[in-house]
Design a protein around this ligand. Sequence first.
Ligand code: ATP
Length: 514
Amino acid sequence: MAQQDDNLLKNVVSHAKEYGFIFPSSEIYDGLGAVYDYGQNGVELKNNLKEYWWRFMTQLHDNIVGIDSAIFMHPTIWKASGHVDAFNDPMVDNKDSKKRYRADVLIEDAVEKMKDKIEKEAEKAAKRFGESFNREMFLSTNPRVMEYAKKIDETNERLKNAMANSDMVAMKQLMTDLEVADPISGTRNWTDVRQFNLMFSTEMGSVAEDANKIYLRPETAQGIFVNFLNVQKTGRMKIPFGIAQIGKAFRNEIVARQFIFRMREFEQMEMQFFVKPGEEMTWYEFWKEKRMKWHHAMGLGTANYRFHDHVNLAHYANAACDIQFNFPMGFKELEGIHSRTDFDLKSHEKYSGKKLQYFDTESNQSYIPYVVETSIGLDRLFLATLSNSYKEEKLEDGSERVVLNLPPALAPHKVAVLPLVKKDGLPEKAEAILHDLKFEFSSYYEDKDTIGKRYRRMDAIGTPYCVTVDHQTLQDDTVTLRDRDTMKQDRVRIADLRSNLSGKCSLVSLLKKI
Ligand code: ATP
């Protein structure tokens, strides 16, 4: 398991605020729990991440189209989807620290600790036996390891049953048997475990008496399901095909302490892929591989990703896994890939009384398609990108710098144009260059402070290239092009700038890697 890096998260949070990426919501009123605003640089990075996803999913797949459905939807939708009855998390409070937790997460953490113990035993034995160590054999025969493995299986089984039956007494018993202690107070003084529905509700209608309770959507997927036939018919879509959507979702999360990892208002990028019943597992594997390739192409390091199969399947799924990322808090879910069967469409047929079937012209049959979903949290993707890019570096001359080595195509600004000094006609020349570049690249102009300070500021917001206009520029129409990561400067012709930058900074270069 990856080690937690609390300092890294703290530094990323303060850097994100200092440089206009993320501010706490309503800060002058002391903030609002687990709600955040994106600042001037944050919104650019976020938009670029959206575009990277959107263009890959829709533009590069002939059989996937996008929609943008409303946040408010008919309240019966959430009855049909199971969210009114089953979108609960088991909540438990520690009476000493007064902190609130998700009981299932505490139990899963206890399982992770047991896995760590197995790993430690294996490492110790590997050292002891040296070259002759047979890991497989050790894991299947060592009594202590076998004991842990048995306990892990038993715990997973009990957790699965307790969640499936909504049995909160069994949940509490499992915590007691595992001797789960509060990470803050260290005590086992827990309240009973209670179910807590995560949906926010509000009222629609102008007068209270005829107001209707409606929900803020907890996922964007249902907006896709209820539009399935609209899109299929108007777009003449043939199965298999997908519908993609980016939009806000809202969950009244019990524990919301990890910056933008777990928010109460967040953004999802989801795609529902409609397939012929019986073919869903092939497509499930297909999308697992595709989505992982998309992540790898970003260049944050392939070792930072792993698949994690769900032990407790949601009420709608027949297979599900997460793509986990190595966040500063360790490996955690970044994206979910779920085989949702025909649960949602079937249920909407039942509750709406409308047929939601596809007529297959080849077999001359109508059927309710099965669905494979890919669902990624945009804010989590933002945190993964930002925390992975944040570097504190010691330079050769003894000075230090903080640099965000963001993938150039995703950086808020691709290039900064900087006159060396604020006189002698250099600002005018720089502005002319900026004017030329800004139609193609998000560009930045700055003429205050020394050039060194300006480079540092650009490093801190992840601008991959700085163009510096100096006195030589006025004579031969060349500038220096500084690379953020190597800090090397090359003399290039102004006329070559555009071609120099577009090879390195365009999304196309990322998309072509997939
Ligand atoms: P978790 O187990 O972390 O609560 P989940 O399994 O409930 O997540 P899904 O319902 O599968 O999440 O949602 C799909 C994606 O939406 C997640 O992989 C995650 O990236 C994102 N997401 C879910 N809840 C939040 C949240 N509260 N804040 C930010 N992103 C979220």
